[in-house]
Ligand binder design. Sequence first.
Ligand code: SDX
Length: 443
Amino acid sequence: MAKDTLSVTDNRTGKHYEIPIEEGGVIRATALRQIKAADDDFGLMSYDPAFTNTASCRSRITYIDGDKGILRYRGYPIEELAEKSNYLETAYLIVKGELPDRGHYDRWENNIKIHTMVHENIKKFMEGYRYDAHPMGMLVGTVGALSTFYPDAKDIHNLESRRLQTRRLIGKIPTLAAFAYRHTKGLPYVYPDNELSYTGNLLSMLFKMTELRYKPNPVLERALEVLFILHADHEQNCSTNAMRSVGSSQPDPYATAAAAIAALYGPLHGGANEAAIRMLMDIGSVAAIPDMIKKVKNGDRRLMGFGHRVYKNYDPRAKILKEMAAQVFEVTGRNPLIDIAIELERIALQDDYFISHKLYPNVDFYSGIIYQAMGFPMDMFPVLFAIPRTSGWMAQWAEMVRDPEQKIARPRQVYIGEQLRRYSPLQSRPKPTQREDAVSEAI
Ligand code: SDX
């Protein structure tokens, strides 16, 4: 009868160990500590920079099969949610674990809408930013600042407090995002219009000018709903890992979410949609694609919007966005960059380098083209990623807080530095050698 264990022989000592293989096909890294070369040995550690093969938690929220290109929120396929749901309903599913009935949905929508306003002082923070400040930098600052307005949020073990902060942040982040955008444009802030949908209200706060009431284009409103559904969660991505790791020292969720937004800001993560559009604009024409492919294969450039740590097949979200682009263009006019994107994808997917590296378009490859066609400036693209991901971050954070196995995150290291050295007085130190000079320049 096959046993769920790993039989390990330490050839340094000839000792044998049986390590349990737990549910999900994992072994506990702490089980390696018993494997010692000598009694006073620390024992073996696992070494996994960037956690390429390390599970940090058990989660019920999102399931991804990278080889099959499967993405499900609480078991529901992303394709069905994108076609039939809306963002607030999907956020409820991610946060609560089930699709709401009519009564629960109405209460959830109302509970979000009554939290769309922000303290008037936030506007004063915004005034402190330069006119050309990146809105993601402003979002990191203003979401973190919410921490100072809601001291009750520190009570993270209180279920009702966690629920209230979740509603507050899902409600307020579109307002903060829109205020940041309006600041960069030198336009007056537009207050929330709770008669509109979640995405319609965002469009109003972003684009309302002198009209008495903003009327969102229903095609663009729906496109934003789909974009937000697709971006709502994605298991243990870099920014969710930041949310869980920072959250593990138990600050309030606003300070924690600021860390997640900072992680998302990076061009290898949520900043990739902005970087992908800049890349497509840099390529400029279909004729210039072969030269770009050559630079990528030489390692001189990265194909932004391509590749994924988990998806080694086509990102299902990219497939949905590629198909949705045409509907948006019927309203906005065709974004010519789509032709470069489609040709770039066609060429790349036939190229051995991309095939061997299993590099396919990810969610960021097409989202920027749609956002640009909708009239968003490029530096707002990662902000539009952060808004829906807030529901995922809050759900993952709450799951971490509730998980009895979790504690403050504190990885080990492999020390490769100097051994013991004694302090010497300044005047007696010899002139450093060339090698030491080079080292002293290291930051
Ligand atoms: C998101 O994790 C998530 O779930 C994230 C996300 C979410 O919803 O939260 O899905 C959102 O962040 C999507 C990814 C957006 N980022 C980009 O599009 C930036 C470009 N992509 C890459 O930088 C890269 O593909 C990553 C960061 C997405 C994944 O990087 P990995 O898994 O660490 O892979 P790697 O950097 O170690 O690359 C492996 C090999 C390398 O070649 P070798 O050194 O082995 O020869 O693949 C190459 C890389 O050079 N490679 C690429 C490439 N991505 C990887 N080469 C060219 N272009 C690329 N885009």
